[in-house]
Write a protein that binds this ligand. Structure first.
Ligand code: PGA
Length: 316
C-alpha cells in the first residue's frame, strides 16, 4: 500500500505523499548546492515507504516517524496580524527559532504582515518553522492596486495562506464566494489554504452557530468539491472569542469541530482542524487534548515568544 511520506528538508521544503508521515532532516549534495545558489527545489512523486532504504544513498537522513494520523499532525499557526516592525520581528523570530528546533511532533507556521515576509523568510531559513501569509487576492495578476497574488506568496516561500479570517470577512467585506475563489487561487499556486470559519456572538446566542459554519463551508465545497481538502487546513474561530480573551469551552469547541469534520465526508479523519480564539499557554493543553482539535491559530499569543513556544510545546 502506498503511504504518505513527508520529508522536511533543510530549508523547510515540504514533501507530502500518501499516509505515513516522516519528518526529519535530509541533506544531499544536491540540496546543499541548491541552498548555495539560492534556487528553490520543489519536486514530488508517489513514494513507497520501502524506498526509504534508498535514502541513505541519497544523503544524510534522520527520520522521526509518525505512522498514524499523518495528516492530523498538530499544527500551530501564528498570525501576527498588523503588528511588528523590523527590529521587533528580528528579536521575536530569533527567540522562536532558538526555542523551536523542530524535533518535536508538531508543525509550526508564522504569518507576518506582507512587508515582513522577506525578512521572516531570511530569519526562518535554517529553521523547521514554515512561512505563511495572512491573506491573498483571488486574481493571478493585473490592475489590483495594493493586492498580492498567491504566486507572489509562493515566490517568497510561503507554504500556507490564511483565508476567510473573520476580520477580513467583517472589515474587508469578503464574501463566502470570494473566500472560495481565494481558496482555489491558493491551491493553484501550490500553497495550502487555512480556511477560517466561525459564528458571531449573535449566531451563537440564537443557536445558529452550526448553520453559519455550514454556510461558510458549503460556499467553498460548492466551488471546489471536497476532495481538494486533502490539501487544506480548516480553522474554527468563533468571532466572539477572537481577541476577546474569551475562549470557547471544550464542549463548544468539540461540538463544532466534530460537526466540521462530519461535513468533510470521506476526508473527515484526514483534515487538520485548528481552533482559534484567545488560545494562550494556560488553555492550550486542554484544547489540544480534544479528539477533534489538531492545533491552533493564534493571534495575540504569537507575538510573545515565551507564550508562543509554550503553546507549540503543548501541541506536540
Ligand atoms: P487571538 O486571535 O488569538 O488574538 O484571539 C486569533 C485569530 O485571529 O486567529
Amino acid at each position: 500500500m502506498h503511504k504518505n511520506l513527508r520529508l522536511k528538508i533543510g530549508q523547510g521544503a515540504d514533501f507530502i505523499f500518501g499516509n505515513l508521515e516522516l519528518v526529519g532532516a535530509f541533506q544531499s549534495k544536491r540540496h546543499k548546492n541548491t541552498e548555495k545558489s539560492g534556487a528553490k527545489a520543489r519536486f514530488g512523486c508517489m513514494f513507497k515507504p520501502s524506498w526509504l532504504t534508498l535514502a541513505p544513498a541519497l544523503g544524510e537522513v534522520l527520520l522521526l516517524t509518525k505512522a498514524s494520523n499523518a495528516k492530523r499532525r498538530q499544527l500551530v499557526v501564528g498570525n501576527w496580524k498588523m503588528n511588528g516592525n523590523l527590529r521587533e520581528n528580528a528579536s521575536l523570530l530569533a527567540a522562536i527559532t532558538k526555542g523551536w528546533q523542530g524535533e518535536r511532533g508538531a508543525d509550526v507556521v508564522i504569518c507576518p504582515p506582507y512587508p515582513y515576509l522577506y525578512q521572516s523568510r531570511e530569519c526562518l531559513q535554517h529553521s523547521p518553522i514554515l512561512l505563511g501569509a495572512q491573506s491573498v487576492n483571488e486574481q493571478d495578476k493585473g490592475a489590483f492596486t495594493g493586492e498580492v497574488s498567491a504566486s507572489m506568496l509562493a515566490d517568497l516561500d510561503c507554504k500556507f495562506v490564511i483565508i476567510g479570517h473573520n476580520e477580513r470577512r467583517r472589515m474587508q467585506h469578503e464574501s463566502d464566494q470570494q473566500v472560495a475563489q481565494k481558496f482555489v487561487a491558493v491551491q493553484k499556486a501550490g500553497l495550502i489554504p487555512i480556511l477560517c470559519v466561525g459564528e458571531s456572538l449573535q449566531d451563537r446566542e440564537q443557536g445558529k452557530h452550526l448553520e453559519t459554519i455550514s454556510r461558510q463551508l458549503n460556499a467553498v465545497f460548492a466551488h471546489t468539491g471536497k476532495d481538494v481538502f486533502s490539501n487544506a487546513v480548516l480553522a474554527y474561530e468563533p468571532v466572539w472569542a477572537v481577541g476577546t480573551g474569551k475562549t470557547a469551552t471544550p464542549e463548544q469547541a468539540e461540538e463544532v469541530h466534530k460537526f466540521m469534520r462530519a461535513q468533510l465526508g470521506v476526508l473527515a479523519d484526514e483534515v487538520r482542524i485548528l481552533y482559534g480564539g484567545s488560545v494562550k499557554a494556560h488553555n492550550a493543553q486542554q484544547l489540544f487534548a480534544l479528539a477533534d482539535i489538531d492545533g491552533a491559530l493564534l493571534g495575540g499569543a504569537s507575538l510573545d515568544a515565551n507564550e508562543f513556544l509554550a503553546i507549540c510545546k503543548a501541541a506536540e
